[in-house]
Each structure stands twice: as structure tokens, then as C-alpha cells.
Design a binder for this molecule. Structure first.
Ligand code: SAM
Ligand code: SF4
Length: 295
């Protein structure tokens, strides 16, 4: 098992399959960002399968495909299928902006992806265009519908809550999620370098208290809960999660590490520690050496 020196068990890997994205969300991409890694630095499917296999042997049972925008990586369903067949890997999920989900939903489901998280910060087309840099709300909504038809469950909506940008839309988003049976997750902006700092931080604690009172919410539990803390309506019809890196830390229960598309293993979003796994993969290192490096 992978256990760190705070006695936290690491059983969850966020696997970035591309650093490219078709959107430019104001809290995510640095302005003018176009400094993409060249594809030769990207791990191939064989290399990804080998590293994830090593993680699985060390006790990682959950993998989330992410990016950039993971659906921009060509043949992603093929990679998903290969990972899902690795012994020990029981849960494969995807975080996406959903602009391409309509095309890929069925293939991803058939490949063994069971849960999806979709970024959706507003239900207003103009506002979405301002936040993400393109007019994509209809595509996102079509992607979500396709995800529902394909049978993903649960579908979680990630809404990054920003003061003066979309904080007036939380009630609308709650109604939208109840109507479509989506799980809403409200996220505080996390400062990452300069990115995320230029956005007006919104403390989610007062919003949590207000929703708790309005809907009579009680503590809830959701599969793959990670850093989110969930509340549920007593009839179970509405679930809302809060990811609050600033107002209520969740470091003590962290269970995850991150693998970038170039094979860099990051231990924490808020720290600089990293381990380069690509040189090992490309110099003929044994499985044992790979596992030792991860450990
Ligand atoms: N492109 C995919 C998407 O948008 O879901 C996957 C990658 S994206 C980086 C994963 C999640 O991180 C999204 O829900 C996004 O809203 C969130 N995110 C990005 N930058 C953030 C920040 N500075 N603070 C909080 N959440 C952030
Ligand atoms: Fe792209 Fe997701 Fe970042 Fe938005 S949050 S710019 S969709 S990677």
C-alpha cells in the first residue's frame, strides 16, 4: 500500500492525459497560455498503462482521467479500456468540460468509465463565454444529455463559485441539478501560481449554511467523495458537495496524487514536490524500480 508519513493511504490517482484544452477558464489557464508540451514528451498509451499498472499493484484502486481537457486526447476510450482491465483498478472516472462529450459518451461508458464530473459554472450562455473564452454552453448541455443517456451515474456538476461572477446563480444551479438528477459540487477557487488568484474568492461556508437551512439538508455520502463534503436532502433527491480548500481544509483526509501527461508525479496541488517518472520509463527501468520510485 502507499501510505505517506502522515499515515494517509493513497489509493486515488488523477491521471492527466493531455495538457491541452479547448477552453480558457479564467481561474485555470494563465492568460495568453500557449506553452504546450510537445507530444513527444507525452507518455504514450503503453507508458501510461505501465505506470498505472504499477500504481494499481501498490494499492491505487481509483483513477480519474483529467487534463487539460481529457477528451482532446485522441482515442481516449481505447486508453480507458486498457486501464480498466488492469488488475486492482475498480473505479475509472473522468473530469471533462463536456464540449466533446456528445461524441464520446457511449464509447467511454463501453470502455468502463462509470462516473463523470462536468465543469459548468453558469447556465447563462454569455457568462459562460466570458468565463471560458468561447460560446460553448449549448455544446456542454448536449454533452451532459449524452452522458445521461449513456448511463453515467452519478454525474457531478463542478461549479467554481466566484464572487461577482456567478454567485447570483447558485439557486438556479441547484434547481437545474435537482431537475436533471445531477450532484452539484460548489468549489472555492484555489490559488495556483498566479492563476486562480485573479478571481474574486468566495467563501462557501455562508452558502452551505443557507442551503442547509433552505432544504433541511443532512450529512450525506457520495461514492468517490475525495475532498468534497456532501449534504443531502432527507428524501435523497438533492445532493450538494462543497470543495473548500480555503475556508475548510481537507488535507488530513487527502488520498490522492497526480500524474501529468509528461510523466511527472505531483504529490500535492499546493506544493512543489514532484518525481519525474518518464526518464525511468524510457531507460528500460524494471517494474520493481518503477514501484520503488513511486513509493
Ligand atoms: N477540463 C476538465 C474540466 O474542466 O473538468 C478537467 C480539468 S479541470 C482543471 C478540473 C477541475 O478543476 C474543473 O472542475 C475546474 O473547474 C477546476 N479548476 C480549475 N482551476 C481551478 C482553480 N484555480 N480553483 C478551483 N478549481 C479549479
Ligand atoms: Fe480547460 Fe478544464 Fe481548465 Fe477550463 S477548467 S481551462 S475546461 S482544463
Amino acid at each position: 500500500m502507499l501510505t505517506d508519513h502522515f499515515n494517509r493511504t493513497i489509493d486515488y490517482l488523477r491521471l492527466s492525459v493531455t495538457d491541452r484544452c479547448d477552453l480558457r477558464c479564467s481561474y485555470c489557464m494563465p492568460e495568453g497560455f500557449n506553452d504546450y508540451e510537445e507530444p513527444e514528451h507525452w507518455l504514450s498509451f503503453d507508458e501510461i498503462e505501465r505506470v498505472v499498472g504499477a500504481f494499481a499493484r501498490l494499492g491505487v484502486s481509483q483513477v480519474r482521467l483529467t487534463g487539460g481537457e481529457p477528451l482532446l486526447r485522441a482515442r481516449l476510450p481505447e486508453l480507458a479500456g486498457r486501464l480498466k482491465r488492469l488488475p486492482g483498478l475498480r473505479d475509472l472516472s473522468l473530469s471533462t468540460n463536456a464540449t466533446q462529450l456528445e461524441k464520446h459518451a457511449v464509447a467511454l461508458m463501453q470502455a468502463g468509465v462509470s462516473r463523470i464530473n462536468v465543469s459548468l459554472d453558469s447556465l447563462n450562455a454569455e457568462r459562460i463565454a466570458q468565463i471560458v473564452g468561447r460560446d460553448v454552453l449549448p455544446k456542454i448541455l448536449a454533452g451532459l444529455e449524452a452522458g445521461k443517456r449513456a448511463g453515467f451515474s452519478p454525474i457531478k456538476i463542478n461549479m467554481v463559485a466566484m464572487a461577482g461572477v456567478n454567485d447570483d446563480e447558485i439557486a438556479d444551479m441547484v434547481a437545474f441539478c435537482i431537475r436533471h438528477d445531477y450532484t452539484l459540487r460548489l468549489i472555492e477557487t484555489m490559488p495556483m501560481g498566479d492563476t486562480g488568484r485573479n478571481v474574486q474568492h468566495l467563501d462557501l461556508q455562508p452558502i452551505k449554511a443557507q442551503l442547509r437551512q433552505q432544504f433541511g439538508l443532512i450529512e450525506g455520502f457520495v461514492t468517490g467523495s475525495g475532498p468534497a463534503r456532501y449534504l443531502q436532502s432527507p428524501d435523497g433527491k438533492f445532493t450538494v458537495g462543497f470543495i473548500t480548500p480555503i475556508s475548510q481544509h481537507f488535507c488530513a483526509t487527502c488520498n490522492r496524487v497526480r500524474l501529468a501527461v509528461d510523466g511527472t508525479l505531483y504529490l500535492c496541488l499546493g506544493q512543489d514536490e514532484k518525481v519525474e517518472l518518464r526518464p525511468l520509463l524510457r531507460s528500460g527501468a524494471s517494474d520493481q524500480a518503477l514501484e520503488q520510485a513511486i513509493q
